[in-house]
Write a protein that binds this ligand. Structure first.
Ligand code: UGA
Length: 453
């Protein structure tokens, strides 16, 4: 099929690349020329394992191209994906400005009957609103008035860091539309994934056996939009829940690792998202949970669980600062090393990263902060200007009185901790992800402080 993907952020780029990989002709659109030029030359604009190889391969096969010309892209496509951002406004509401701009452009240039796929995470009911914006734009801007188009909600469930695998080997595909014809067409588009009949690209592990069917949830538009918010909110709830249990474990002397293991083996609970730590962040959970809470408020519902999930998460970041204070007593003037600034490993994304919040709070208390991250090499805007960036973990550790592991990058497992101990002025480690080998570090003379153990 001829497909156009509007927006080349995480979701748009991964969607475009994977749809090309299952043999569609995909054209990706963005209004940032430098980004399009870079992508067209086969260079990825995001750090995501496996993406650059697929990008290069599909450009070479002529199945994937990039443009800033939205009219050309819309004109030649049967299916148009909207993959632009929906960041939070100050009150938690999702900002739909980018979606509105794209819908207006679609209305202006649409030249025949097409399917418009909403992949961006949008407030419940936005599918109908997008239809309205497109219709109004057709009325105002398009010489051809008699155009039949359908908006379908097809939420994505990809995680940064494993986005390609999550897209090619999903747990389910959700298609929300009132038109059977549109649902059938979308099902046909995803057939190679639903049937797991595509050849697994080189370098990507086949996670689901060839031929095994992927469940498809066919629903109305509103339910599909709700599935996305509810899924992210539930996952964030799981993390906040385990963090709260970890805090109780610390008081009663239980070990959260054993507690998570014992809980996760219950098939009704499942082991995923039971890793206690410094809390959740990223470009999705914070914005989506705020947005769902806001939507509930619009209907007079006080979402008690969602609000508590947010509060526990904020508290978890403060708890880490408190742990540092408990160890160092006076934080002012002390040097602290932080390992990891991305909100989770295998991504360069620092949006709403708990690590940044913790560093800013410690810097505000007067600490001298040095951080190292394997991928993030530029200080994010949101970071306190006084925080220093280091080229390696050893430079960060040098002269530090405490080291906090904030992101569980695999590379940190291979660090020479004997050297780190020699470099630090006091051998104290707070392992914010329960990631390092406690017994080994204690044997080597570190004071090890985990989360919930
Ligand atoms: C999340 C969802 O997992 C995806 O299904 C969804 O498609 C995506 O949001 C989105 O809406 O676009 P992502 O934000 O990439 O994906 O990251 P996750 O792997 O879900 O992690 C979120 C946060 O929770 C991270 O800060 C991570 O460190 C934290 N986390 C996760 C924990 O603290 N403990 C856990 O056990 C799991």
């Amino acid at each position: 099929m001829n497909i156009c993907v509007i927006g080349t952020g995480y979701v748009g780029l991964v969607t475009g690349v994977c749809l090309a990989e299952i043999e569609n002709n995909v054209i990706c659109v963005d209004n940032i020329k430098e980004k399009i030029n870079k992508l067209a030359s086969g260079e990825s604009t995001i750090y995501e394992p496996g993406i650059e190889e697929l990008l290069k391969k599909n450009i070479k096969n002529n199945r994937l191209s990039f443009t800033t010309d939205i009219s050309k892209a819309i004109n030649r496509s049967e299916v148009i994906y909207i993959c632009v951002g929906t960041p939070s406004l100050f009150n938690g509401q999702a900002n739909l400005k980018f979606i509105e701009d794209v819908a207006t452009e679609i209305g202006k240039y649409i030249n025949g009957n097409k399917i418009i796929v909403n992949k961006s995470t949008v407030p419940i009911g936005s599918g109908d609103w997008v239809s309205m914006v497109i219709s109004e734009s057709i009325e105002r801007n398009n010489p051809v008035k008699d155009i039949d188009f359908h908006v379908v909600s097809n939420p994505e469930f990809l995680r940064e860091g494993s986005a390609i695998s999550d897209t090619l080997f999903p747990d389910r595909i959700v298609i929300g539309s009132s038109s059977k014809e549109v649902v059938d067409k979308m099902t046909e588009l995803y057939k190679p994934i639903i049937d797991q009949s595509f050849d697994c690209p080189k370098g990507i592990e086949r996670l689901i056996p060839k031929g095994k069917k992927i469940p498809v949830v066919k629903s109305d538009l509103t339910s599909a939009e709700m599935i996305k918010y509810a899924a992210n909110s539930f996952l964030a709830t799981k993390v906040s829940f385990i963090n709260e249990i970890a805090n109780i474990c610390e008081k009663v002397g239980a070990d959260i690792l054993k507690v998570s293991e014992g809980m996760g083996l219950d098939r009704r609970i499942a082991p995923e998202f039971l890793n206690a730590g410094i809390g959740w962040g990223g470009s999705c959970f914070p914005k989506d949970i705020q947005a769902l809470s806001y939507i509930a408020g619009e209907y007079g519902i006080i979402p008690q669980i969602l609000n508590s999930v947010i509060n526990v998460n904020t508290g978890q970041r403060q708890k880490i600062v408190k742990k540092v204070q408990d160890e160092l007593k006076i934080v002012k003037g002390k040097t602290i090393a932080i390992l990891g600034i991305s909100f989770k490993p295998d991504t360069d994304d620092v949006r709403e990263s708990p690590s940044i919040d913790i560093m800013n709070n410690l810097a505000a208390l007067g600490a001298r902060i040095k951080f190292y991250d394997p991928i993030v090499k530029v200080k994010p805007e949101a970071l306190d200007k006084k925080v220093l960036i280091c080229n390696d973990a050893y430079t960060a550790a040098a002269d530090s009185e405490l080291l906090l592991l904030a992101t569980e990058w695999k590379e940190f497992l291979k660090l020479d901790f004997i050297k780190i101990k020699e470099l630090m002025s006091k051998p104290i480690i707070i392992d914010g992800r329960n990631f390092l080998d406690r017994d080994y570090l204690e044997k080597k003379g570190f004071k090890y402080i985990g989360i919930g153990r």
